[in-house]
Design a protein around this ligand. Structure first.
Ligand code: SF4
Ligand code: SF4
Length: 204
């Protein structure tokens, strides 16, 4: 008869004293290790909708959809597809909100009954539209983040300083809406890069 090795013998005795290494899932809820890095979750408050996480995700588990409704409301839906995520943590590592916009959790449970309806999580971020062409520029929180990051340099970009003033609620909307001559006054508007270039070149 082959005798067990000493290491195997030690493990067998330890298991006898401490109990089995495996958990009794699904009968008992499994508790992951405190350092387990599981499914990442968006934080709607902290995320600024910059899309850096979408750029780096190696499996395309993050996507977005920009929506503008008939009433002029606009928002960006950030989507995390939980069924294809590989928990690599790249999204958290590059998150410009200090890794707080999306963070790995201890959630490891990925089973669901309806894959189409349950295999993704979403958050909504308010979008800023160009005041000339009406196309999305960026999320409002992202413009705020950039303005705060570059400090007084934000005053070299009307898009940045006007969004900042609007956030602070110290902008007179009557003055802005009165500026409709499609000439020089268009420069003092929140514009996308294409309209900013057009406005600057045609009114200089
Ligand atoms: S953990 Fe990795 S695979 Fe999952 S969403 Fe983040 S970057 Fe993509
Ligand atoms: S702030 Fe972070 S979580 Fe939000 S879109 Fe940017 S990188 Fe992704």
């Amino acid at each position: 008869m082959r005798l067990p090795k000493l290491r195997e013998l030690k493990e067998a005795i330890t298991a006898l004293i401490k109990g089995p290494y495996t958990s009794k899932f699904p009968k008992e809820q499994h508790k992951p290790h405190p350092n387990f890095r599981g499914q990442p979750k968006f934080n709607e408050e902290k995320c600024v909708g910059c899309l850096a996480c979408e750029e780096v995700c190696p499996v395309g588990a993050i996507a977005h959809k920009d929506i503008v409704d008939k009433k002029g409301h606009s928002w960006r839906v950030m989507i995390h597809y939980t069924d294809i995520c590989i928990f690599c943590g790249q999204c958290e590592a590059v998150c410009i909100a200090g890794g707080e916009g999306i963070k790995q959790s201890s959630d490891w449970e990925l089973s669901f009954f309806d894959r189409k309806k349950e295999s993704y999580e979403t958050i909504d971020k308010e979008l800023q539209l160009c005041e000339i062409c009406g196309k999305p520029i960026a999320c409002r929180d992202h413009l705020k983040w950039i303005a705060e990051k570059i400090g007084e340099l934000a005053y070299s970009s009307p898009t940045l300083y006007l969004s900042r003033l609007r956030n602070l609620g110290i902008i007179d909307e009557n003055i802005i809406s009165a500026l409709k001559d499609k000439g020089r006054s268009d420069r003092v508007k929140i514009l996308c890069a294409r309209c900013r270039r057009k406005t600057t070149l045609t009114t200089s």
